[in-house]
Design a protein around this ligand. Structure first.
Ligand SMILES: [Zn+2]
Length: 204
């Protein structure tokens, strides 16, 4: 804020500061139309779990990355769709997958999930996975393949990275990496770099 005395308010400084703020906001609001990409040309695919502060964990700010969140941070058809659009048309050249410890995708027994969803949906042949593609249903596949429960978050995270790397829809020069967010420590680690676990195993 510009300082001013009792007699003369510094109106010039006020409107200059406001103009700068309005211009900055306009760049923000029209960044796509102005060809301004996300600051890091980055797409983050993460679990929807409310304990993961994406920007804070990655050391980035709001506006630096596009963020796609779903149950488990899984590479589903809609992640492929979103990644295909942003890498081919929005200058995104990097994708980071974030899975996390204590994920709800590891907590429930498979049978309970299957039975609960079947009880809700009824006849699976008539249950739409995508309202715009009524021909798309679970078919002969196991409902759990769609739900994507897991019991090894490190293996699951590494698998999501591979799915993106192997997708025909995503350019080969896109950098794809994955991390496990430890909700206990608030730190990221690479899959299978379980430092605390390795230390406790050594002591045992
Ligand atoms: Zn989760």
């Amino acid at each position: 804020m510009t300082s001013h005395d009792h007699d003369g308010h510094d109106h010039d400084a006020h409107h200059e500061a406001l103009d700068a703020a309005v211009d900055a906001r306009d760049d923000w609001a029209r960044r796509r139309r102005k060809g301004i990409p996300t600051d890091e040309n980055l797409l983050v695919v993460a679990c929807m779990d409310e304990r993961i502060p994406i920007e804070e964990a990655l050391g980035i700010d709001l506006g630096d990355a596009q963020v796609f969140r779903n149950a488990g941070g899984k590479v589903t058809d809609d992640v492929i769709r979103s990644a295909a659009l942003t890498t081919n048309f929005f200058d995104t050249d990097e994708i980071i997958v974030i899975n996390h410890t204590d994920c709800g995708m590891m907590s429930a027994p498979d049978e309970a999930i299957r039975e609960g969803l079947e009880a809700q949906a009824g006849d699976l042949d008539d249950a739409d996975l995508d309202p715009s593609l009524p021909e798309l249903n679970v078919g002969d596949a196991d409902l759990l393949d769609w739900v994507k429960m897991t019991d090894d978050i490190d293996a699951a995270c590494a698998a999501q990275v591979e799915y993106l790397r192997e997708s025909e829809f995503i350019p080969d020069d896109t950098t794809v990496s994955g991390y496990v967010y430890e909700v206990e420590s608030g730190e990221l680690r690479r899959p299978d770099e379980r430092i605390a676990e390795a230390i406790s195993e050594r002591r045992a």
